[in-house]
Write a protein that binds this ligand. Structure first.
Ligand code: HEC
Length: 106
């Protein structure tokens, strides 16, 4: 229940970020926190894939099957070897990086 409320809160932040003139820089957040595992273009290196067999290429096919809420939940709470970012990133940074990720799939 608590987790669902957190996700709901982040979605609310997402909605207000869209209307805000300036939000967090999703690309900068990605490069500082995500690139080392997910790769500059969303495709993990062979070495990372070997260590994390469940990691997927973040391409158009991947994003088709994930909603923004799915992405935000994963980044907030983490899963398996991906640690949660809820204590590392602010809500607007999580939303911005989720948005930026989608541009990698294009
Ligand atoms: C330490 C390596 C590591 C870092 C750093 C990392 N991830 Fe991940 N990520 C993973 C792994 C491993 C998975 C696959 C987890 C699984 O499904 O078991 C994953 C999965 C994902 C997924 C897919 C979830 C799904 O729906 O299947 C998203 C989205 C994601 N990461 C976003 C991010 C973002 C954004 C950041 C930076 C804020 C980040 N990751 C940082 C290792 C990492």
């Amino acid at each position: 229940m608590k987790k669902q409320m957190l996700v709901a809160g982040l979605l609310l932040a997402a909605v207000s970020t869209v209307s805000a003139a300036q939000g967090a820089d999703g690309k900068a957040v990605y490069e500082a926190n995500c690139k080392k595992c997910h790769g500059a273009t969303g495709v993990p290196s062979a070495g990372i894939k070997k260590m994390n067999p469940k990691i997927e290429d973040l391409n158009a096919a991947f994003f088709k099957t994930r909603t923004d809420a799915d992405l935000i939940k994963q980044i907030t709470e983490g899963k398996d070897k991906m640690k949660p970012f809820k204590d590392k990133l602010k809500a607007d940074e999580i939303v911005a990086v989720a948005k930026y990720m989608r541009t990698l799939g294009k």
